[in-house]
Design a protein around this ligand. Structure first.
Ligand code: C6P
Length: 406
């Protein structure tokens, strides 16, 4: 079956926007992606017909909201093939999920002299929480190096694993480079030494079919807003036995079993980690996004995006003065680049004047910028609704820019 690109584009109302009198070419999907009407409708529907606080009321609206919220949890479970709903913890996003693991699993399992292993291409969200844990415990952060193509250097990971390693935390797909890391093999290697692995799936989740049981990861984190769902909701997946053994992250309503002034006892999974009123409508919106993606099919989406990346890369390679940052063999739909003599921020601003949205900056991956000795890059990131015609508009914009400044 042909990929239904016209239908998909029609499903995203914002794509009809004009920016500076030009049709919007939205290529900032790695930062956050746009929402289909089905997701927008689910939120309107929730607030119009089903909104109340969850897990608390006996009244009809509360029961309705609770049912829809828990149905979304079940959809996430199926989407990533978790074993149980108890393994799906709703959080604000990937950042909060990593902080949760650092401050609960980390605090109880990491001591002075222990090591936490990350990669050289991590987003700040998968660096800073571990640095904070290291400051608190006296543990040491170790980094798996990469080569100039933006691939982890073969053999270095194994060398860095030791008796001191208490956790490996790795991105499945780099937001700054697009590199897709061989996480399944890395997890198997770490497990052979009984070391648990957290996978940062923030970038991978909209592009790759995720099966947490097949990966055998111990934790998997992602944000809804990069998966066509609302911002403010994300997921921490954890293996049930690990989550059971972890202390709660935050205290408050909904995460307790009993409370007295002397002592509180905690609710079971997943509620133990969900203190306070969550983003109810947004979680329901995440469920709607998953329904939407599932109907189109992740494999079809991945194939379409791969084609766009190949097309964009071929064109970019022909532009004199353009240097691609991140040339891994296995890449997701991200094209990071710099231009001779033109600062990435100017690239971003000039492209915006043509209606093209790209991100320019360090992409919250400053160590990656340091590695390539660049202050920033311009980054075009593709989603299920982008087209080759949009790639053409981008490439023409870049060529015109070079002609103007060159
Ligand atoms: N990257 C980007 O433009 P949050 O902010 O919690 O939704 O996601 C954090 C995060 C974690 N890991 C990776 C690999 C990421 O790419 C991100 C977010 C965005 O690249 C915003 S900085």
């Amino acid at each position: 079956m042909n990929y239904p690109i016209e239908q998909i584009r029609a499903d995203f109302p914002i794509l009809a926007e004009k920016i500076r009198n030009k049709p919007l070419v939205y290529l900032d999907n790695a930062a956050t992606c746009q929402k289909p009407q089905a997701v927008i409708d689910s939120i309107v529907d929730c607030y119009s017909h089903s909104y109340a606080n969850i897990h608390r009321g006996v009244h009809t609206l509360s029961i309705r909201a609770t049912d829809q919220f828990e149905a979304a949890r079940d959809k996430v479970k199926t989407f990533i093939n978790a074993n149980s709903d108890k393994e799906i913890i709703f959080v604000r996003g990937a950042t909060e999920a990593i902080n949760l693991v650092a401050q609960t699993y980390g605090k109880t399992n990491v001591q002075a002299g222990d090591e936490i292993l990350i990669t050289a291409m991590e987003h700040h969200a998968n660096i800073v929480p571990w640095q904070m844990l290291c400051e608190q415990t006296g543990a040491v952060l170790k980094v798996i190096p990469m080569n100039t193509q933006g691939e982890l250097i073969a053999g270095e990971f194994e060398k860095l694993l030791s008796d001191k390693t208490k956790l490996v935390a790795i991105t499945q797909m780099s937001n700054a480079l697009g590199t897709i890391n061989p996480v399944k093999a890395m997890i198997a290697t770490a497990h052979a030494k009984n070391i648990p692995v957290l996978v940062d799936g923030a970038q991978a989740i909209p592009h790759i079919t995720i099966d947490v049981q097949d990966l055998d990861c111990d934790f998997y984190v992602f944000s809804g807003h990069k998966l066509y769902a609302p911002a403010g909701v994300g997921v921490l997946y954890g293996k049930q036995a690990l989550l059971e053994a972890m202390p709660p992250y935050q205290g408050g309503g909904d995460m307790i079993r009993t409370v007295t002034f002397e002592k509180s006892t905690y609710a079971g999974l997943p509620h133990k980690f969900e203190a306070g009123t969550p983003a109810i409508a947004d979680v329901i919106g995440l469920g709607a996004a998953i329904d939407y993606l599932t109907a189109i099919g992740m494999e079809a989406i991945a194939a379409h995006e791969h084609e766009l990346l190949i097309y964009a890369t071929e064109q970019a390679l022909q532009i004199k003065g353009l240097r691609i940052i991140g040339e891994a063999e296995h890449k997701g739909a991200i094209l990071s680049f710099v231009l001779d003599k033109i600062h990435p921020h100017d690239i971003g601003t000039m492209l915006d004047s043509l209606g093209i949205a790209v991100r320019a900056g360090h992409h919250c991956a400053m160590p990656v910028m340091d590695f390539y000795h660049v202050p920033a890059t311009a980054r075009a990131s593709f989603a299920m609704y982008n087209t080759k015609a949009e790639v053409d508009v981008l490439m023409k914009g870049i060529r015109d820019l070079i002609a103007m400044f060159g």
